[in-house]
Design a protein around this ligand. Structure first.
Ligand SMILES: *Cc1c(COP(=O)(O)O)cnc(C)c1O
Length: 400
């Protein structure tokens, strides 16, 4: 197709003109059950009445005034985020990468404020993804994404996945903290064990380091708790949010304890669009729903149902599915066929899914899905697996 867009994305040849709940309707009339959710963004599905009404109201008021003035909508959203989490303070951005960028700067500045500006390095993890800005690319460490963009931003030391001893061995006089996704999303839904997360917290406390979590994908109820790391009983010092926070409206947030944010004083950071009235109003409406009584318990319960159905498919189609992993409504299906073929077969069967690293296919349905949608998704996946099994060579292993 002749497009005026940078050809940086591999786009499927389909466009959508209407959405409702977990359903997307293509221009040609086909109906898809969307278990990709625009990459974990559409937390409340399409055309959620409360979000639509909130955005309509906000559209009549000033869209943007800049951070030179009070923004009551942002004040309110920040207050609610602190009430729902470990955090005392919030900085709003427009994307996940910017939220992580703010987390990195906050961690570095904390030590500078403590008179130790040489402590600027963060320990990260192999397989991580933190965004596409120059610093977050360096934090993610994916060689393919870094190539050709000049010298890698300094200050990130990757540890092997889940290896506490290796993390401790990486700590030096310049180490400021540890940065990780509690579940690596783009990396293939790789779940850090709870004990490992507890171990990191203990290590940070013992060595005077900050623990920063990138919950851009896992946060805002996606895994059945507001932050995924809560499930390990761990309280971080800094957390980055985005994706699901706006339910489709671009907004990100960096959350921190008052202590961790001690360096982020007047003039230390800024964003033109960050936390503008439109974005903050919609973020508030998302919280109205996600923080309503029983909502996250429901996410956990539906997640169990989805896990069961996926496990059954795994038993029935061992030449297609290798394993299932995830939490809440964030699942990864590790496939024995190329994950791109799995995604294409699912799409043909009317189900949208998303590829990830490690030859994994991600399922990230809107958090408002009903049991019937999960059963329907399982039926569509069943059809896709049956098609794939026909052509699958038996047990060729992953990633071929
Ligand atoms: C998507 C994602 C990002 C980047 O978010 P953008 O909004 O694309 O900048 C960062 N970290 C994680 C864990 C993500 O999943």
């Amino acid at each position: 197709m002749n497009s005026a867009l940078f050809p940086t994305y591999a786009r499927a040849d389909v466009s959508f003109e209407r959405g409702e709940g977990p359903w997307l309707f293509a221009a040609d009339g086909d109906r898809y059950l969307d278990f990709g959710g625009g990459v974990a963004v559409m937390s409340l599905g399409y055309a959620h009445p409360h979000l639509v009404e909130t955005l309509r109201d906000a559209a009549e008021k000033p869209w943007h005034v800049s951070n030179l003035y009070q923004v009551p909508q942002a004040e309110r959203l920040a207050r609610r985020l602190t009430e729902a989490t470990f955090a005392d303070l919030v900085f709003f951005s427009n994307s996940g990468a910017e939220a992580v960028e703010c987390a990195i700067k906050t961690a570095r500045k904390y030590h500078a404020a403590n008179g130790a500006p040489e402590r600027y390095r963060l320990i990260t993890f192999e397989g991580a993804f933190h965004g596409r800005t120059l610093a977050t690319l360096a934090a993610g460490g994916n060689a393919k994404y870094l190539e050709g963009f000049g010298p890698k931003v300094d200050g990130f030391d990757p540890a092997p996945f889940g290896d506490l001893a290796a993390v401790e061995a990486l700590i030096g006089p310049e180490t400021a903290g540890i940065l990780l996704e509690p579940i690596q999303g783009e990396g293939g839904v790789r779940v850090f064990p709870r004990n490992f997360l507890k171990g990191l917290r203990e290590l940070c406390d013992r060595r005077g380091l900050l623990l920063a979590v990138d919950e851009v994908q896992t946060g805002v109820g996606r895994t059945g708790t507001f932050l995924c790391i809560e499930q390990a009983g761990v309280s971080p010092d800094i957390a980055a949010l985005a994706k699901g926070l706006g339910g489709g409206f671009p907004i990100g947030a960096c959350l921190a304890t008052r202590e961790a944010a001690k360096g982020m004083t007047l003039g230390a950071h800024g964003s033109t669009f960050g936390g503008n009235p439109l974005a903050a109003a919609v973020g508030g409406a998302v919280l109205d729903v996600v923080l309503s009584p029983g909502f996250m318990e429901r996410v956990a319960r539906l997640g169990s149902l989805l896990r069961q159905r996926l496990a059954e498919l795994g038993d029935r189609y061992p030449s297609v599915i290798e394993s299932i992993r995830g939490e809440g409504l964030l699942f990864g299906v590790k496939t024995r066929v190329p994950n791109t073929e799995f995604v294409a077969a699912a799409r043909k069967a009317g189900l949208l899914t998303i590829g990830a690293g490690d030859n994994v296919v991600r399922l990230l349905p809107p958090l408002i899905v009903e049991e019937e949608h999960i059963l329907e998704a399982a039926r569509r996946l069943d059809n896709a697996c049956a098609e794939l099994q026909k052509s699958a060579k038996p047990h060729t292993g992953a990633g071929l």
